[in-house]
Design a protein around this ligand. Structure first.
Ligand code: C2E
Ligand code: MG
Ligand code: MG
Ligand code: MG
Length: 286
């Protein structure tokens, strides 16, 4: 009896394991097809300068719409895109589309920047700088309009190789932000080694800023440190006006969050931009 049970247990795990890897395999196939058929979309979330609540640019965030109208979240497919290496091609597409979009904004007279998220895998084959350069020149976009977002773990993980590629891109005039700051490692030495211009405080500290007494000292300390290193501070995950006001008071330079807008398709993003600018004109006229 016990033996039979044991076998059943084994079968159970075996099947579950199989199911998981088949799902991954299917997902990967679907991702390849989506890339080929241009099914991914790039959404844009407005970034604002906090003191005047003036729009300064957008973060580009990938979306994968499904036939039933739902979306698969990047948190669900980016990890598989990374482990399979497909992120190199997806990332190139994101860079191209983000630069083209930003160039269209500039042609419409909006002086905005675009920020693109990078994965550590994109640094592996040494072709990133070339991809970035090509994306910029195909869009006729000046390098200073492009910002690359890198996570702390990326900056610590592969050290020198990544440092050299970042230095080369910095030479081109591209700027870097450190994304999800505060969730990675406690070794801060890398902050000195990379020419980052912005530090983005992770939304886990911002979402509860006005709710929990514990978050404010931490956020205040991060902003102070960022300032003393000569970096601009950005907060992600601002969901209400109280949080926006608090952060401005604490000296945080920039922010993004559902309070202003969720990530939007390009048309809606431009609608947001023109409405904001209209508001500003009204404000300065009265
Ligand atoms: P991230 O780079 O930290 O992007 C910010 C995430 O916070 C986005 O989630 C955004 O929708 C969300 N967010 C912004 N404001 C708020 C807010 O007020 N409240 C809440 N609850 N959330 C807010 P999203 O779009 O689901 O992206 C998740 C992550 O997927 C990104 O985190 C980034 O790490 C990754 N990702 C997205 N697009 C790309 C891409 O093109 N390439 C790569 N390598 N990674 C990407
Ligand atoms: Mg980001
Ligand atoms: Mg982030
Ligand atoms: Mg994040």
């Amino acid at each position: 009896q016990a033996k039979a049970d044991g076998r059943n247990v084994f079968r159970f795990y075996h099947d579950e394991l199989n199911k998981a890897s088949i799902d991954k395999f299917n997902l990967l196939q679907l991702m390849r097809k989506a890339l080929k058929k241009r099914e991914f979309q790039l959404y844009f979330q407005p970034k604002l300068q906090l003191a005047e609540q003036r729009i300064i640019g957008a973060e580009a965030l990938i979306r994968w719409p499904q036939p039933d109208g739902s979306m698969i979240s990047p948190d669900e497919f980016i990890p598989l895109a990374e482990s399979s290496g497909l992120i190199v091609e997806i990332g190139e597409w994101v860079l191209q589309q983000a630069c083209l979009a930003c160039s269209r904004w500039q042609q419409q007279g909006y002086d905005l920047t675009v920020a693109v998220n990078l994965s550590f895998v994109q640094f592996r084959d040494g072709k990133l700088e070339q991809q970035v350069q090509q994306a910029l020149s195909a869009a006729a976009l000046p390098a200073h309009a492009l910002e690359l977002e890198l996570t702390e773990s990326l900056l610590i993980g592969e050290g020198d190789n990544i440092a050299l590629q970042l230095a080369a891109m910095h030479q081109l005039g591209i700027r870097f932000s450190i994304d999800d700051f505060g969730t990675g490692y406690s070794n801060l030495g890398y902050l000195r080694r990379f020419n980052a211009s912005r530090l983005k405080i992770d939304k886990s500290f911002i979402l509860s800023l006005c709710l929990s007494e514990r978050d404010e000292p931490l956020v205040r300390a991060i902003i102070q440190m960022s300032k003393s290193l000569g970096l601009k501070t950005v907060a992600e995950g601002i969901e209400d006006s109280a949080t926006a006001a608090r952060l401005a008071l604490l000296g945080c330079d920039e922010g993004q969050g559902f309070y202003w807008a969720k990530p939007l398709p390009e048309g809606d993003f431009l609608g947001f931009v023109s409405a904001e600018l209209l508001n500003e004109t009204k404000k300065t006229k009265t």
